[in-house]
Write a protein that binds this ligand. Structure first.
Ligand code: AP5
Length: 217
């Protein structure tokens, strides 16, 4: 099965991806994580994109599509994958269509801006595992520490007010075209595209996704 999760920053793409990939045993591909790994390893691409991510701008389509292509060719995605954070532009959407991979479901999470700011500004992450917490909505058992390893939680470098504003702006700039593209594909019955209320609790959102998949498969 191939699934795409769309949504502005902080709408819960990462949170839902982790639940879906566990339940359906398909692996998550987060382009944000791939880009951050390149930054951590301080390679050529990493150096080039460090400031782009920090400032909440979009990395060029060429770089992201190349990195995605290298990733999806790996053996571990033979049973399918869940794309988290890709596509973000119409060019990226056309790119994934050009690969002739049958996309079964596209879910878009919708959350108002005020809540997005609250969610991102309270997010804390455990870098090594990718586990995500929120100081109010999903607090760790012990303040500032990962539930499993007890290692310290950190704030993501791009979770600043300025960067959130830029990320939201970039999302809105591309959203209309991307939406039109997928609504058209839906009309042609090429794929199943659903917009979901992302303000509900994670398990409620997941239940909705699960029901849709069960009824449309
Ligand atoms: P990326 O890492 O994908 O960041 P993002 O899109 O800004 O999304 P976030 O990770 O901030 O949010 P999320 O929707 O995953 O929410 P989460 O589940 O964590 O990308 C980073 C950067 O990389 C981009 O800015 C760009 O520069 C670059 N990039 C990546 N992909 C690219 C592409 N395709 N093209 C070009 N550039 C690209 O939840 C957020 C918080 O809310 C957490 O604390 C969580 O606990 C909480 N929460 C989640 N769901 C709920 C809920 N239902 N109720 C209450 N709290 C919730």
């Amino acid at each position: 099965m191939h699934i795409i999760l769309l949504g502005a920053p902080g709408t819960g793409k990462g949170t839902q991806s982790k639940i879906i990939s566990k339940e359906y045993k398909i692996q998550q591909i987060s382009t944000g994580d791939i880009l951050r790994k390149n930054i951590e390893s301080k390679n050529k691409i990493g150096k080039k994109i460090y400031n782009i991510l920090k400032n909440g701008e979009l990395v060029s389509d060429n770089i992201v599509c190349d990195l995605l292509y290298k990733e999806i060719k790996k053996e571990q995605y033979i049973k399918g994958f869940l794309l988290d954070g890709f596509p973000r532009t119409i060019e990226q959407a056309k790119y994934i269509s050009s690969l002739n991979i049958k996309i079964d479901f596209i879910f878009e999470l919708i959350v108002p801006d005020e809540l997005i700011f609250k969610r991102i500004s309270g997010r804390r992450i455990h870098v090594q595992s990718g586990r995500t917490y929120h100081i109010n909505f999903n607090p760790p058992k012990e303040q500032g520490k990962d539930d499993i390893t007890k290692e310290p939680l950190v704030i993501r470098e791009d979770d600043t007010i300025e960067s959130i504003k830029n990320r939201l702006e970039n999302y809105k700039e591309n959203h209309k075209k991307l939406n039109e593209y997928y609504l058209k594909e839906k009309k042609l019955k090429k794929l199943k595209f659903f917009q979901l209320d992302g303000t509900k609790k994670p398990d409620i959102i997941y239940n909705k996704i699960e029901k849709i998949i069960a009824s449309k498969n």
